[in-house]
Write a protein that binds this ligand. Structure first.
Ligand SMILES: Cc1ncc(COP(=O)(O)O)c(C=O)c1O
Length: 416
């Protein structure tokens, strides 16, 4: 068959069933091989340096990409992968993501997305239930955009002129303050990386206070009832928010009493990127402040993005497939993995634990060895690195329910 179906015949956009089925089989074949938690990044990309004048056709294009994209991907589902806040994703989400790519609906336009806009609102409502003070919101590509959107609302709705956050807050908070022209006030943390309430400014009446539920480096939880007198209280629950659906929900007590909340679905809701939510206590008011109309729009554009994808579809597929109990079981399995790793570290005199993990993030290191050098020698396992108070630590985020902490500790022992 020609690589080039006749243009304008419709055939050039019609699916090639054989090609699609081949692509799916190739994916499955790659996923059932063991793979590596950290493939060699120095392998050269075997692709043309310049955009070819003539295309090679869909099947050949995918064959060229299969090696770099599928075979040489870091396997987030590998028993040795205990590194970042990036989980393996479930197959219904893969399939649903394929559907959204094929239908290419744009949430900006009711015309192109007549039903998935309502689907998004349904998914938002399912998740807002876990944070009972929130009455709605919308999907965002992640918590970087979620934090920026929420702080924008704080400025517009509550007249906040400053952003107050701890020194352990995610960099997106400082980025947001910078973009929004708001003053950034950084508050010290205690020995467990939690915001020190006694260091809060006395007057928060023009402040958007950001409290983090699960800090990026250590998974610490700020005192979530702090700063009740702030003009606006935003909870950055990017990582630990989904604990609300588990038997560990009480860890986040107070998170629901906020004006806004950000959560990354591509972290502990096991979604493909880019998927997250920004929720509001008074969505109508927040959305009104973040709405812009234009002559070409049937409805005002709410939030930061213009055109945006139907990330709600993979999320809905996952939540329906698992239900609340299935989601809880997976997150709870991850929490148990983190605790198991912490116990193994504590039991090994050659290893040091920073502190018992609170939300599935374990910080640890070999005693008397440079963590980075040991990490770089790891085989068959992978951990990330972070700086805590000027010192290097391993950071093992339990986002992979297939992780084997024993295998990770054994790999570290073999590497130093
Ligand atoms: C606490 C916290 N806030 C915000 C973010 C940013 O989220 P995203 O990567 O989804 O944009 C992260 C990412 O790790 C995070 O840990």
């Amino acid at each position: 068959m020609s690589a080039h179906p006749p243009l304008g015949s419709g055939a050039d956009f019609a699916a090639d069933p054989d090609g699609l089925i081949w692509a799916l089989r190739r994916l499955l074949e790659a996923r059932t091989r063991p793979g590596s938690p950290h493939p060699d990044p120095s392998v050269a990309l075997d692709l043309p340096e310049r955009l070819p004048v003539d295309g090679c056709g869909g099947r050949a294009a995918l064959e060229a990409l299969a090696g770099p994209v599928l075979d040489r991907a870091s396997r987030l589902d590998h028993p040795g992968f205990l590194a970042h806040m990036d989980p393996p994703t479930p197959w219904p989400a893969w399939a649903a993501a394929q559907w959204t790519a094929a239908t290419n609906q744009n949430l900006l336009h009711p015309d192109t997305a007549p039903v998935v806009r309502a689907l998004e609102q349904r998914v938002v409502a399912w998740l807002a239930e876990g944070f009972c003070g929130m009455d709605g919101g919308h999907l965002v590509p992640g918590s970087t955009v979620g934090n920026l959107t929420a702080l924008w609302a704080a400025r517009e709705v509550a007249g906040a002129t400053s952003v107050v956050a701890s020194s352990a807050a995610h960099l997106s908070v400082a980025k947001s303050a910078h973009l929004l022209g708001m003053e950034l006030v950084v508050v010290d943390v205690d020995e467990r990386q939690r915001l020190r309430v006694d260091q809060l400014p006395a007057d928060l009446s023009r402040a958007a206070l950001v409290l983090t539920a699960g800090t990026v480096a250590t998974g610490s939880i700020d005192p979530l009832d702090a700063g009740r007198d702030a003009a606006w209280r935003h909870m950055d629950a990017a990582w630990a928010g989904p604990l609300r659906f588990t038997r560990h929900a009480d860890l986040l007590a107070g998170v629901e009493a906020a004006d806004s909340l950000a959560l990354s679905a591509h972290k502990w809701l096991y979604q493909p990127k880019e998927s997250g939510l920004v929720l509001f206590a008074d969505t109508a008011r927040a959305h009104a402040a973040l709405s812009f109309g234009s002559g070409y729009l049937a409805e005002p554009n709410i939030g930061l993005l213009g055109s945006r994808a139907a990330a709600a579809v993979p999320l809905a597929a996952t939540l329906l497939a698992w239900g609340r109990s299935g989601l809880a079981a997976r997150i709870e399995a991850d929490v148990d993995i983190a605790r198991q790793l912490a116990r193994l570290v504590e039991a090994d005199a050659g290893l040091e634990l920073w502190a018992p993990p609170v939300t599935g993030v374990v910080n640890w290191r070999p005693r008397g060895a440079d963590p980075r050098a040991v990490r770089d020698r790891l085989r068959g396992a992978w951990v990330s690195l972070c700086d805590i108070g000027g010192e290097q630590w391993f950071r093992s985020v339990a986002a992979n329910p297939a992780a084997d902490p024993g295998a990770v500790v054994a790999a570290v022992r073999a590497a130093w």
